[in-house]
Design a protein around this ligand. Structure first.
Ligand code: FES
Length: 170
């Protein structure tokens, strides 16, 4: 089962990378092609690797320093891969009032990361959002597609421990 999943995600990845290469050729030269090419690279690799910047620079005729500037300007782009588990911490009003700050501190202490960072194991990436749409459960986080509400520091530590265990098991 696991092998079949890995094979199919590998095939998807290969298809996406091929698409990026096709886009490189089709979208070609000039400033107008830059954003679509960056989006295509990120869709293919999950982030924008240095090598992709090099290709784009060569084909679009735009210096790499300018491309880096564009990537860092737009928050949609990232230069590093996301962790296996993306934690979205809600910092909306209801969550803020009900202890989102404490929850953020637990994540920072437990994983050693701040918002928009990935931990050294590559397992966790932390993102901040304005509202997850379940304010009655505040404070709330999401880990990938699962929502955790009415969080306390202890509850959160247990949740993170489970994910660490699952992540270490592969
Ligand atoms: S404010 Fe946090 S879920 Fe709405």
């Amino acid at each position: 089962m696991q092998d079949t999943e890995n094979e199919s995600s590998l095939l998807t990845r290969e298809r996406e990378i091929k698409q990026f290469k096709i886009d490189l050729i089709k979208k070609g030269k000039g400033n107008a092609s830059l954003i679509p090419l960056l989006q295509s690279a990120q869709d293919s690799y999950g982030y924008i690797p240095e090598q992709a910047i090099h290709y784009i620079s060569k084909i679009a005729g735009i210096p790499a320093s300018i491309i880096y500037g564009v990537i860092t300007f737009y928050s949609q782009f990232r230069l590093k891969p996301l962790g296996k588990y993306v934690i979205k911490i809600c910092q909306g009003t209801a969550c803020h009032v009900n202890g989102a700050k404490k929850i953020l501190h637990v994540i920072q202490n437990e994983l050693g990361i701040s918002v928009d960072e990935t931990d050294s194991s590559g397992l966790f990436t932390l993102k901040s959002v304005a509202c997850l749409g379940c304010c009655s459960l505040s404070p709330v986080i999401m880990i990938n597609d699962t929502t955790y509400g009415s969080l306390t520091p202890d509850k959160l530590k247990k949740i993170l421990k489970e994910y660490r265990k699952e992540g270490a098991a592969g």
